[in-house]
Design a protein around this ligand. Structure first.
Ligand code: NI
Length: 187
């Protein structure tokens, strides 16, 4: 499966409201398989369609599993089409948020710990499922991508401008990311 290019912020496609998928076709399934490969290659735990230049409401995620030595290895790759959060819990999950489209920047964030999610799976079947902890955090981050929201939209303006300036400078210099897997989880 080919590894796709990850769009780095700032970029208009990352600020676009994505369109619902009408039918889960072979083309969509291939795109999601390629996105999973791309996410693993970049050491991420989630990847949304606009991050590979596609303005469709779908994303992939795998938060990994601990092996016997406590190291994180690949877990179950999830594919979500037309996701919709039906319920959110009042209790919160705190995590150091990161994003594959905003390399090198992390900020602590609180999000609802448990969500009830409606989505289409890769066969096009509608599912409703509950998710908690990191998986719930990741799903909420990815759904924001589908609405053109980046997690830096939630930090102070000063910080956001500093991060975007640094990324623009790196783009001009042709700095490439993701040759090394970092210690942080990215989305
Ligand atoms: Ni992200």
């Amino acid at each position: 499966m080919p590894v796709l290019n990850i769009v780095i912020a700032p970029h208009p496609v990352l600020k676009t409201m994505c369109m619902p998928v009408e039918t889960v076709t072979d083309e969509i399934r291939t795109l999601m398989d390629n996105m999973i490969e791309t996410m693993y290659n970049a050491g991420g735990v989630g990847l949304a369609a606009p991050q590979v230049g596609e303005t469709m409401r779908l994303f992939v995620a795998d938060i990994g599993e601990e092996d016997e030595d406590g190291k994180i290895k690949q877990g179950t790759p999830y594919k979500f089409v037309n996701p919709e959060i039906l319920e959110m819990s009042d209790d919160l999950f705190v995590y150091d948020e990161g994003c594959l489209s905003i390399p090198g920047f992390y900020e602590e964030r609180e999000r609802p710990n448990t969500i009830k999610l409606k989505y289409l799976d890769e066969t096009g079947a509608e599912k409703t499922e509950k998710f908690s902890g990191l998986m719930s955090f990741c799903i909420q981050h990815e759904i924001e991508h589908l609405d053109g929201i980046l997690f830096t939209d939630h930090v102070s303006r000063l910080k956001r401008e500093r991060v975007m300036k640094k990324l623009m400078k790196e783009k001009k210099q042709g700095v490439e990311h993701y040759h090394v897997h970092g210690e942080h989880c990215n989305h």
